[in-house]
Design a protein around this ligand. Structure first.
Ligand SMILES: O=P(O)(O)OC[C@@H](O)[C@@H](O)c1c[nH]c2ccccc12
Length: 268
C-alpha cells in the first residue's frame, strides 16, 4: 500500500484533515531543507509537498518564485530534490512525500530514470501542474508501475473536465481554491466551498485544497469539509523571514523553531 493512502485512512478515522506544507527544495540550501522537513513533521504536518525549483514557474507567485531563485543559485536540480526525499526517509522522516515539479525537468531526466529514482527514494506522490493531457496517459501508467500516485489539480474553471480528471485520479485530488498564481490571500472567491464539495461528491478519494491559505482560521475553515489543506507561500515566506537566522550556526536553531511554531499553529 502507498504510504499516502495509509496516512489519509488514519486521519479519516480520527476525523482530521491532513496538514500539507509545501516547501521549495534548496531554499536556502539542501541541508537546511532536510532540517526544515524535520521541524515541519514535528509541528504536526502529515504530508509534505517538496517543490522542485524551476526557472519558469507558470503558476507560482512571487514568494515561491523567490524561493526557487535562491535554490537555483545552488544548482538544485530535480535529481537533487529526489535525493533530498531519499535522505529524509533515511534520516527517519515518516510523513509521505509528494514531489511537486513542472513537466520539463521530468522530460529532461527521461521517464525511465525519473521513475526509477522516485521509486527508490520512497516518494509517495507526484504533482505536475503543467503536464500536457497527451502525455498524462503514459505518465500515469509509469507512475502506477512505480507505486507513486499521480495527483491531479482541479480548478473551479475545470467544469466538465472535473469528472474526467477525477475518474483517473490517484492518491488525492488537489482542488485549487483560486485562479491565478500561488500566494496568500485575505479572502476566497465565493463558490469555492461549493466547488470543493462538488468534487468531493464525485469521488471516494481524499480531496485537498490549496492556493492562498495562510492562517489558522483559513486552515480551520477548509479542514471542516476537506481531507487536506495545503499551505505553501505562507510557510515559504516564514522561511524567507528566518533566513538571517538560518544562515548563521549560532542562530540556526532559533530560525528553525520559528518555522516549526508557525506550522504548528496551522495544525487544527
Ligand atoms: O502557496 P499557496 O498559495 O499556499 O499555494 C500552494 C502551493 O504553493 C503549492 O501547492 C504550489 C506551488 N506551486 C504550484 C503551482 C500550481 C499549483 C500549486 C502549487
Amino acid at each position: 500500500m502507498n504510504l499516502m493512502d495509509q496516512t489519509f485512512a488514519q486521519l479519516r478515522k480520527e476525523g482530521k484533515a491532513a496538514l500539507m506544507p509545501f516547501i521549495t527544495v534548496g531554499d536556502p540550501d539542501v541541508e537546511t531543507t532536510l532540517e526544515i522537513l524535520r521541524e515541519v513533521e514535528l509541528a504536526g504536518a502529515n504530508i509534505v509537498e517538496l517543490g522542485v525549483p524551476y526557472s519558469d514557474p507558470l503558476a507560482d507567485g512571487p514568494v515561491i518564485q523567490r524561493a526557487s531563485e535562491r535554490a537555483l543559485t545552488h544548482h538544485v536540480t530535480i535529481e537533487t530534490c529526489i535525493e533530498v526525499a531519499r535522505l529524509a526517509r533515511d534520516s527517519g522522516i515518516q510523513m509521505p512525500i509528494v514531489l511537486f515539479t513542472y513537466f520539463n525537468p521530468v522530460l529532461q531526466t527521461g521517464f525511465e530514470r525519473f521513475f526509477q529514482l522516485v521509486q527508490k527514494a520512497g516518494i509517495s506522490g507526484l504533482i505536475i501542474p503543467d503536464l500536457p493531457y497527451e502525455e498524462s496517459e503514459e505518465i500515469l501508467h509509469l507512475a502506477d508501475e512505480a507505486n507513486v500516485h499521480l495527483v491531479p489539480l482541479v480548478a473551479p474553471t475545470s467544469n466538465e473536465r472535473i469528472h474526467r480528471i477525477v475518474s483517473r485520479a490517484r492518491g488525492f485530488i488537489y482542488c485549487v481554491s483560486s485562479l491565478g498564481v500561488t500566494g496568500e490571500r485575505a479572502s476566497f472567491a465565493q463558490g469555492v466551498d461549493d466547488f470543493i464539495k462538488t468534487v468531493k461528491e464525485g469521488t471516494d478519494l481524499p480531496v485537498a485544497v490549496g492556493f492562498g491559505i495562510s492562517s489558522r482560521e483559513q486552515a480551520q475553515h477548509f479542514a471542516e469539509f476537506c481531507d487536506g489543506v495545503v499551505v505553501g507561500s505562507a510557510i515559504v515566506r516564514k522561511i524567507e523571514e528566518a533566513l538571517p537566522l538560518l544562515q548563521s550556526e549560532a542562530t540556526k536553531e532559533q530560525g528553525l523553531l520559528q518555522i516549526r511554531d508557525f506550522v504548528a499553529k496551522l495544525r487544527v
